[in-house]
Design a protein. Sequence first.
Lengths: 124, 124
Amino acid sequence: MPDDAAVSRETPADPPPWFRVHLFACTNRRPDGHRRGSCAARGSEGLRDYMKARAKEMGLPGIRVNSAGCLDRCEFGPVIVIYPEGVWYRATTREDIDEILATHVRDGGRVPRLMLTEKDVPPG
Amino acid sequence: MPDDAAVSRETPADPPPWFRVHLFACTNRRPDGHRRGSCAARGSEGLRDYMKARAKEMGLPGIRVNSAGCLDRCEFGPVIVIYPEGVWYRATTREDIDEILATHVRDGGRVPRLMLTEKDVPPG
């Protein structure tokens, strides 16, 4: 099957996902008083630490919680984004984190009250 | 259609992707001599800066290049992962970055010589 072989040489299938749930929490910090604010100034570092510990406690398989630089939706922070689905959340409390981990990560659902949508566009 | 309405209330469709290409470059740094090494010790910060500048120069639409904390595939670094497709690369030179941006990001292809696969598992 030379055609198949040619296709397969040029476009190998992607490897399986390395992490089932890859979660990035913005921990960018801007100087106090910056017009856009920043996720770290809104407490994202502590929330990320809590999320890492809580995910471990819950024994969630295949999840990785990472810090990330500025995700550029600062005004809606502290923001997290979960891949591969590309769903964004604003999580400001530990209860928010608990709900995202239980409902989204563990149960495969969504937490609409915390989700960012296409209407959450940074000004200017 | 009450059934559809009920379903739609409980599981709203996810918003469209905020970034078409969301690229994370590990910039974690471990102390010199650490058994696993680290991406920053292998030059990932300079490569991330280059990637940001180059993506801008190329005028690639919808791309975001972010730094990330430890992605836990240190031995194969400097590593980057591109979502939503979840494809991982080892990029060690500016030429590697150029090829990933042109072939993967701009043209939607893959760069097999630089891709990590499921066989690239950190030891122990």
